[in-house]
Design a protein around this ligand. Structure first.
Ligand SMILES: C[S@@+](CC[C@H](N)C(=O)[O-])C[C@H]1O[C@@H](n2cnc3c(N)ncnc32)[C@H](O)[C@@H]1O
Length: 490
């Protein structure tokens, strides 16, 4: 563990901030420009255009270095299990012997949440919410090699469906379209020397569908196809058992929240289009206010850019995480296996980056409409190990009440990024189980302000600043970032 140094002095924190004369000159320039609105606008467009170029250049550099964000973000954990079966039939029998109820499908064995599940599957059960079920692929393989279809001769279809992460994302897409269960993770289970892949999903409890429910499902799927969001992988379309009326081979359930189709195997989603639809649904809350033509034809742009997508963001989470990696490394901190808590998480993209870096789970808080957007987006990016709480943050919020009891959250990392000027320094952050906190200030934040904020956090949340930097990313100017560590942990 790192010994906490005294807080960085304002001068240390501001080593690379703009000197007062330059700040004064910039203010004067802006004031003059504002007198001539077309000129002001043109100058803004130029500036943003330059930043956009910088951001695109960095993205291209990352792609060239092979660091472009993959479609699936979160890391895959490996869990040892007590199982010893060598094939799917033996696995079914062994699970039953261990007292577990198994629902067998053509390609998977599904284990709903139930008493004694941990006796059969081991530690993996405690790593996820108790409301989760585990869908074990009958075709044994580690996730990197796993394919959904079991003993199939439809090789073309198998190739079309792709790897297990594609199928997992199809599950997430069905959920985003309000037609399927929420995807949480893909895990690697070890049964002796054998590798098994499992999908972790929010369990669905529902009734059997009627003919009317079935018609409603087909109408919804027709709409998805008409909107070019999805096509069916099987050549027979609806003319197959998995769409047979009304139960779809046991794949269709009706819950209080609507229809739920629990098998992703027939669906080919255009994930880019699905993510675009979800972003569009939440345009009002995800898009940053200013509407500069140069960036997105006057449509406004995202506050947080989305990894692997072209839409510009005011912030570039990949670039930003690159800077935060260096800040954390300076304090000897890694995110692996830690719970990351993001206060004012916006679209959740920093949570996604934390999961990409091996975080065990990510918890986020933001306004209700923003939280809904993050909740829908995260699983679509392969970042389903996440919980987002919606609510207006003020000094009375008890964040700790939103840390699920099943989560072993001690020694976590709290992100408090570009948030203080929106929500102040809520006392409830002190009760969250973090060992390290990352503070990020406003764009062009003055060193005296950063120093005063650090003093407030140190006193209110019983922590000490360890190291600081000034960073730029996306379309933003410089901002200070400070790593703070808990006093009682060191
Ligand atoms: C400048 S953005 C920063 C977002 C994110 N932390 C980041 O740095 O990328 C501020 C965020 O604070 C949220 N916010 C503002 N006022 C809030 C409030 N009273 N309660 C909860 N969230 C709030 C906004 O919705 C927005 O997502």
């Amino acid at each position: 563990m790192v010994t906490l140094a005294p807080s960085p002095t304002p001068s240390a924190a501001s080593k690379r901030t703009v000197p007062p004369t330059a700040r004064w000159a910039r203010r004067q320039l802006v004031r003059q420009l504002k007198r001539v609105p077309p000129l002001h606008r043109a100058a803004k467009e130029l500036l943003v255009g330059a930043k956009l170029l910088r951001s695109r250049f960095r993205q291209a550099q990352r792609r060239l270095r092979g660091q472009a964000a993959p479609a699936w973000l979160q890391t895959t954990s490996i869990f040892q299990t007590p199982l010893r079966a060598m094939d799917a039939d033996a696995l079914h029998a062994e699970l039953q012997q261990r007292g577990v109820t198994v629902q067998e499908g053509r390609h998977t064995l599904y284990l709903a949440p139930q008493e004694g599940l941990a006796n059969a599957l081991g530690l993996v059960v405690a790593a996820y919410p108790p409301t989760c079920g585990f869908k074990l692929l009958k075709r044994f393989a580690a996730p990197a090699q796993a394919r959904y279809l079991h003993e199939t001769d439809a090789l073309g279809e198998a190739a079309l469906l792709g790897g297990i992460h594609e199928q997992a994302l199809a599950t997430a897409a069905l959920a985003a379209m309000d037609l399927g269960p929420r995807l949480v993770d893909v895990v690697h289970l070890r049964a002796g020397d054998v590798d098994i892949t499992a999908l972790v999903l929010e369990h669905i409890d529902g009734r059997s569908p009627t003919l009317q429910d079935h018609e409603q499902l087909l109408a919804a799927l027709d709409q998805l196809q008409a909107d070019a969001l999805m096509t069916l992988a099987n050549p027979s379309g609806y003319e197959c058992g998995d769409f047979a009326a009304p139960g779809c081979n046991g794949n269709l359930l009706v819950t209080d929240d609507g229809l739920r189709y629990v098998d992703p195997q027939l669906f080919l989603f255009d994930m880019n289009a699905v993510i675009g639809t979800v972003v569009e649904r939440h345009r009002e809350v995800l898009h940053f206010g200013d509407r500069l033509g140069v960036v997105s034809q006057g449509k406004g742009f995202l506050y947080q850019g989305l990894p692997g997508r072209g839409d510009p963001g005011r912030r570039d989470p990949d670039d930003r995480w690159g800077h935060l990696d260096a800040l954390l490394a300076a304090g000897g901190v890694t995110l692996r296996d830690r719970v990351v808590m993001d206060v004012c998480c916006n679209a959740g993209m920093m949570m996604a980056g934390a999961l990409q870096r091996g975080a065990q789970w990510a918890l986020g808080w933001d306004l209700p409409a923003v939280a809904s957007a993050a909740r829908e987006l995260l699983p679509l990016l392969g970042a389903g190990r996440s919980t987002v709480t919606g609510g207006s943050i003020d000094d009375s919020v008890r964040f700790i009440d939103n840390v699920p009891p099943w989560l072993d959250a001690q020694d976590g990392v709290c992100l408090f990024l570009a948030a203080w000027h929106h929500v102040g320094f809520p006392p409830g952050i002190a009760d969250l189980p973090w060992e390290w906190l990352v503070y990020e200030g406003r764009e062009h934040e003055e060193a005296e302000i950063t120093a005063a904020n650090v003093a407030t956090m140190e006193q209110r949340w019983e922590c000490r600043a360890v190291t600081s930097q000034v960073i730029t990313d996306g379309l933003c100017g410089p901002r200070p970032v400070v790593l703070l560590g808990r006093v009682d942990r060191h």
